[in-house]
Every structure is written in structure tokens, then in C-alpha cells.
Design a protein. Sequence first.
Length: 149
Amino acid sequence: MPIPLPAPTVRLLEKVAKEISASAYAPYSGFRVGSAVLGASGKIYAGCNVENASYSLCHCAERTAIVSAVAAGERKFQAVVVYTPTPAPTAPCGACRQVIHEFAPDAIILSVCDSAARLETTLPALLTHAFGPKDLKAQPTASKAPGKR
Ligand code: THU
């Protein structure tokens, strides 16, 4: 179970996530998303979605925030907050769940929106039987049988 965070920290994360959504580059979807992640160090990193004319190259806000944090030297996270401009909260997409699993498997995941509704959950609840670093440490069966593919 994730460690509960102090209310002022959660409020700050929500504020940062909402504010950074103004920087979203979302000319195709018009869906401006913001994310704030709380590193193990206590620092907060923000990210927005960044779309591309080649649609499949869009970056989600959560991944932008996590990748920025990793580039700054942070590799463990206490919380991932996502803001969407919707009446109901939106959970991270599947790709983001996988990236959250890599760096923040124990983090609180909080989705906030334009109403008071919120969704607080955990990664195991969102991504069961996740594939991760531990699976690559297991010896691949194929390599135990040289000559066979
Ligand atoms: N998006 C996010 O930034 N985070 C999510 O968890 C879901 C979707 C973005 C990607 C794309 O730019 C737009 O929202 C519409 O899917």
C-alpha cells in the first residue's frame, strides 16, 4: 500500500498538474492534460501531453512528467497525479500504466478533473500481472536450448 501523503502536498500536486495542462500541445485532440509526479526526494516534476501530426507519436502528460524527472536524476516516485479537463476523473492510459510500473509501482495514483470528483488508486489495481524488470531477469527458456529458436 502506498504511504498516504500530507494534504498540502496533494493540493500542490493537483495545482501543478492543472497549471501545466495549459502548456499541452494538443492541436489534434484538443484534450489538454497535465501531470505532476512527486519524486522520492520530495521534488515535484510536471508534464503535459505533446501531440504529433504522426498521431501514434503522441506523448501523454504522465509520461512527459516521469521522463523529465528521470532526466533530472529521479527514479522513484511517491505519487502520480493527472489532471484532465473533464467532468469526471480519468485514469492513466495503458501505456502510461506500464511506464508508471517501471518507476512508480508503489505510488499513489490520483486523477483529478474540473469537478470535485477524484479517483485515487494504485498501480496494482490498474495493471494486474504487470510485465516488468523482474521478468527480464528470468532466464529466457529459448536460451536454455542452444540451436533451437
Ligand atoms: N492523454 C494523456 O496525456 N494522458 C492519459 O492518460 C490519456 C490521454 C493524452 C494523449 C493525447 O494527447 C490526448 O490525451 C488524447 O488521447
